[in-house]
Design a binder for this molecule. Structure first.
Ligand code: DLL
Length: 446
């Protein structure tokens, strides 16, 4: 196999002029489709006077209004669907913490496109017919498991659909089946590795054959990835994969073996980066909120969907040979961004500061409170060696070191709490790093 196998060279290595021509043709077809089949879009497009024939260049997309999660919630469950039920072959939903979940539907053609999108990314990461892959995402309404499942089957991998949780069983199957690849959130991949190490006296690490991690669905700093790779050992190589249920699920973008950004399936997804406050489209390369138009999706079409995820896009060619643009790893969500005493704080910044300090584990929690008129941020970090809690001098020195490091990055005052090993919650799905108690009156139980 060559160093950089490419699943669909025709689409992944297209020259930009041809790609843009294809995007324009698909955009016009999509606008026409939305206009004719979804009342919600018809009304919006009519209001601004946009019809498909008025779109002459890709930049004319700017005349189309943005679509948001609120629009999906307001039209719950099927108000933005474009086809009758007998044309839908699948429904997924993302769990809303408040209000209605967002519901998405797929036509048969949508499922074919989705599998193709995922196939390209997992193949770029190194999965193929030699791969035995355990999918540790929850099967169900979440798009992660079934999305990866069909893409991995498409490239010929042997899929083991273990779903989330039951860590001991996961590890047993890994050892017994000779599993070579893992699909999980970064936090669960780390937890699995820690659990494997905890059991290493009974089941030595050499019994695991894992060499590839297809991680995604939540952020993972390069430092965190290094921790995951080190804990698995054996040359374990992890890639970052991005997507969201409104855009099919996983499959929008993912890293190749060069790992210098997440390749976007640009023939299916037209991306823009905007300023979340002014809503202006930013210049190429600038950092801001990602807005995506799903060019080929039909069950529930998406025109200029505001993802709330913060990133930038690099259009320069990649050493792997693909010409598709690459998204920077997600820096944070514009709505998860914590505003503390006027300063923007992303959990990923704290994560970068923590990793590399050998006395602490990679699990952490941010607790935000309001004291009087001021917001406070407590960073809870797990010690690796619990006996340090008895050695006050050393504990204090470590606390200060961590404090100074985070403070230097965030530029605001914080407190650091060092807690017992393994006392913070572990997650089999997306980790909940932030406990924001500002509207809850104040105290956090551990
Ligand atoms: O998490 C889809 C997915 C599943 C992607 C599996 C990759 C792998 P949702 O549950 O709708 O869909 O959540 C979407 O999760 O807007 C981001 O905020 C976050 N997210 C997803 N992937 C990443 C990533 C799936 N690689 C929301 N890095 C998105 C950072 C991510 N955040």
């Amino acid at each position: 196999m060559t160093k950089h196998p490419i699943w669909n060279p025709e689409m992944e290595c297209m020259n930009r002029r041809d790609l843009e021509a294809l995007q324009l043709e698909r955009l016009k077809a999509l606008v026409d489709y939305c206009d004719r089949n979804v009342k919600f879009y018809h009304d919006r497009l009519e209001k601004v006077g946009v019809t498909a024939d008025k779109i002459k260049t890709l930049s004319d997309i700017q005349y189309i209004p943005y679509t948001t999660k609120t629009d999906l919630r307001d039209t719950y469950p099927f108000g933005m669907f474009s086809v009758p039920q007998n044309k839908l072959v699948r429904i997924h939903a993302s769990s809303g913490t408040t209000g209605n979940p967002t519901v998405v539907g797929y036509t048969r053609e949508d499922l074919d496109h989705w599998a193709e999108q995922v196939a390209r990314l997992v193949y770029a990461a190194g999965a193929n017919e030699e791969t035995i892959v355990q999918i540790c995402f929850g099967y169900g309404m979440f798009t992660g498991a079934l999305g990866l499942h069909y893409g991995l089957e498409k490239v010929g991998a042997t899929v083991v659909p273990t779903s989330a949780g039951n860590t001991e069983k996961q590890l047993k199957f890994m050892r017994d089946f000779g599993t070579t690849a893992l699909v999980a959130t970064p936090s669960y991949a780390l937890y699995l590795a820690e659990s494997a190490r905890d059991m290493a006296d009974r089941f030595p690490m050499e019994q695991y054959k894992l060499t590839l991690g297809l991680l995604g669905s939540e952020g993972c700093t390069p430092e965190m990835r290094e921790q995951i790779e080190q804990r698995w050992g054996n040359g374990f190589f992890a890639t970052d994969n991005y997507g969201m249920s409104e855009l099919n699920g996983p499959g929008m973008s993912g890293e190749c073996r060069e790992r210098c950004g997440l390749h976007i399936n640009e023939d299916h997804f037209l991306c823009e980066v905007i300023d979340s406050h002014t809503l202006d489209v930013l210049d190429k390369g600038a950092t801001g909120e990602l807005v995506v138009t799903a060019l080929t999706k039909r069950g529930i079409p998406m025109l200029r969907y505001r993802t709330k995820d913060i990133t930038s896009i690099d259009y320069s060619p990649c050493a792997c040979g693909r010409t598709t643009a690459r998204m920077h790893k997600i820096i944070g969500r514009s709505d998860d961004m914590l505003k503390i005493r006027g300063v923007n704080v992303f959990p990923s910044q704290v994560e970068s500061a923590l990793i590399g300090i050998t006395e602490i584990g990679p699990h952490y929690q941010l607790v935000v409170r309001r004291q009087g008129f001021a917001d406070t941020l407590e960073v809870r970090v797990e010690l690796i060696d619990g006996s340090l809690l008895e050695r006050y001098g050393e504990l204090e020195a470590l606390q200060k070191r961590i404090h100074d490091r985070i403070r230097a990055i965030l530029g605001i005052e914080i407190t650091v709490s060092l807690v017992e090993p393994k006392s913070l919650d572990r997650y089999t799905g997306k980790a909940q790093r932030v406990l924001d108690l500002r509207n809850a009156g104040g105290t956090a139980a551990r």
